[in-house]
Design a protein around this ligand. Sequence first.
Ligand code: AMP
Length: 396
Amino acid sequence: MTAFRTLDQADVKGKRVLVRVDLNVPMENGRVTDATRIERVLPTIREIADKGGRVILLAHFGRPKGRDLKESLKPVAEAVSKHLGKPIAFADDCIGESAAQAVDALKDGDVLLLENTRFHAGEEKNDPAFVQELAKLGDLYVNDAFSAAHRAHASTEGLARALPAYAGRTMQAELDALTKGLEAPKRPVVAIVGGAKVSTKIDLLENLVAKVDALVIGGGMANTFVHAMGLGIGKSLAEKDLAATAMRIIEKARTSNCAIILPVDGVCAYEFKAGAPNHTYGIDAIPEDQMILDVGSQSVERISAAINDAATLVWNGPLGAFEIAPFDQGTVAAARHAAQRTKEGKLVSVAGGGDTVAALNHAGVADDFTYVSTAGGAFLEWLEGKSLPGVEALRA
Ligand code: AMP
């Protein structure tokens, strides 16, 4: 069971329920081009409306500096209405007279979207006066926007302190998955961390080595580790100035009893280009004039063996330059192996963060993982071991 208050504990009938959602959807020419985020919040909206609650949606959109109609949520209201299958109301401000009137007009089961919370500076400042203006509009608060929970803003944190607060169903699913992945996982736990650079993931690596039983390092960032260990990496992407950091992480892993699994071979080419002629070399024999663009087949075997030994897998970042074939093969093979183990009921697999979702989609296995988080920044901060203000405010 989760340690968070959820909709199971909320009595929403006849109540005005302020629901924080993530509607920061991609748009082109006033049209929503990807409705994934809208789809994700529908279960919570439907459940509250079906139970007779009055749903008042709060969301941010883009990064406006003050009121800017280019960043209005109005076109998004139309898209939400279409996906929900019923009309929803829209108020052109999230506080004040127009918001109050729109809320007063709601009947049980109705849905209203308020204009972009970031039209007010008080949102990002978590200004108590702005929080109070929002709180006036509701009796209860539900947060279904995990992806915004790493920010202590008025609509993500302040309101949760001002009103009885609950996790929506999507937030609940995310928190359950993250708890299973790292906070209270079935052991052994293996983490796979790939991607371009060590510099963007130092906190993440340091946190993981203290928590997991084995850490697989792949992608461009593995090159920095291989270099730090005194091996040549040719023209590979690397941050040679971070060699000491890499060694510190290896040392921390040793004292934490975390096995570090680095590539033992690499697929190399002369240039970073799709279809570039390539050859696999042992990691101690990388040619000076080539670059490593993917983990080799022996490395994939070792990674698969590590996955076989694990009960839980946490994954962030591709193992190679997965956007340019054939350098996607290591990532695809490891992802398919993890998906297979998950389908067999032998592995809990939790993945997320930026390119990871694209890589798993590319491998065709995103639906076969136990959970794939699309939350980006919030997921990474959670992997870094940071507490997320919007989540903390929902603890039971
Ligand atoms: P990140 O956003 O840190 O997860 O990094 C993802 C990016 O890392 C992708 O665009 C990959 O193409 C890139 N990447 C992964 N492995 C390598 C590599 N060996 N050399 C160059 N780029 C890589």
